[in-house]
Design a binder for this molecule. Structure first.
Ligand code: BDR
Ligand code: CA
Length: 314
């Protein structure tokens, strides 16, 4: 069983990743930290609390409020056309009684890393602002964490914000650069593989037919939220009745890296140039004295297996 902390900007695909993590027997969720992106950090926290309740996972999971702007002090624009006004496709989930932690997201990350003594995996599904802020407070964090798995970036596929950059990296490129160079044992799940993995309307109909009765509410939520997301996917990519799978794929890889193939890279992130902001700069030469850190970049996944596993927990 892997102990994970999820840093998220709880939008539609984050929600499916979160519900997967809460239902999978291979993962134990130690806590959540939220970041702005798909919605505000506070709305992301509200959505996360409601998802925990919806999951009936049977254990208390703390949620810490995180950054509501990037390291340059910028907020927005919030992509309501992708994730709806509330981040979860305008679906109204029942309210939770659970309160947010009083501790800040960076402090909570540092505390959990210390408590778990090398056994904590962080799965980051949004901008890397909270992780960068935690690093400023504790530069030894990379050596205390087992693995940092992020959904973000692209190398060989076009970006989804500009020709070179993916949204999570672009949104706080400076934070991403700090994190990429910090020395984490890190796995990057970018558009190269997430845009090769699909969920279809047919998958959801099958899920409705075969899901466990106790998960019926979860499946109803997934179906309603995806209705909104499918529309955006059609408008932006022409995919009929389906969507690409970003955050859930990162979660699946965090749990079971063997569904992917990886290339070892050293990378940094461009944050100064307006034109190339958010671009991942890779260096694959052998350099004995280098300033970039080595990262496992996911170049291929077994997409069918990934989708099957994702749906199997419900
Ligand atoms: C990433 O951006 C967000 O909209 C999604 O939740 C995902 O984390 C994809 O570029
Ligand atoms: Ca996300």
């Amino acid at each position: 069983m892997k102990h994970i902390l999820i840093d998220c900007d709880t939008g539609i695909d984050d929600s499916i990743a979160i519900l997967y993590a809460l239902k999978s027997k291979g993962l134990h969720v130690e806590g959540f930290t939220t970041v702005y992106g798909n919605t505000s950090s506070r709305q992301a926290a509200e959505n996360t609390l409601r998802l925990i309740k919806l999951s009936k996972c049977g254990y208390e999971i703390p949620v810490a409020l995180g950054a509501n702007e990037n390291l340059e002090g910028e907020y927005g624009p919030i992509p309501t056309h992708i994730h709806g006004d509330n981040g979860i496709g305008n679906v109204e989930l029942p309210k939770s009684e659970q309160k947010l932690l009083e501790e800040s997201a960076p402090d909570f990350i540092i505390r959990k890393a210390n408590e778990l003594q090398g056994d904590l995996t962080i799965v980051a599904l949004g901008r890397l602002t909270n992780i960068a802020l935690a690093l400023v407070k504790d530069p030894r964090l990379p050596y205390k964490v087992k693995n940092l798995v992020i959904m973000g970036g692209t190398i060989n596929k076009p970006g989804n914000v500009n020709p070179y950059a993916e949204a999570n990296i672009y949104g706080d490129a400076r934070a991403a650069d700090i994190v990429f160079r910090a020395g984490f044992h890190m796995t990057v799940v970018g558009l190269d593989v997430t845009t090769e993995t699909y969920l279809s309307g047919q998958d959801i109909s099958t899920l409705e037919k075969y899901c466990a009765e106790e998960n019926r509410d979860i499946v109803d939520f997934i179906k309603s939220a995806l209705k909104f997301y499918f529309k955006f996917n059609y408008d932006s990519t022409g995919i009929q009745d389906g969507c690409v799978v970003h955050d859930p794929l990162a979660m699946l890889i965090a749990e079971n890296p063997s569904i992917g193939e990886y290339r070892m890279i050293r990378a940094a992130v461009e944050y100064e140039s307006q034109e190339f902001r958010g671009m991942i700069k890779t260096d694959e030469r052998f350099i004995s004295d280098y300033s970039h850190d080595e990262i496992l970049y996911c170049i291929r996944v077994d997409s069918e297996l990934a989708t099957r596993r994702l749906l199997s927990v419900f």
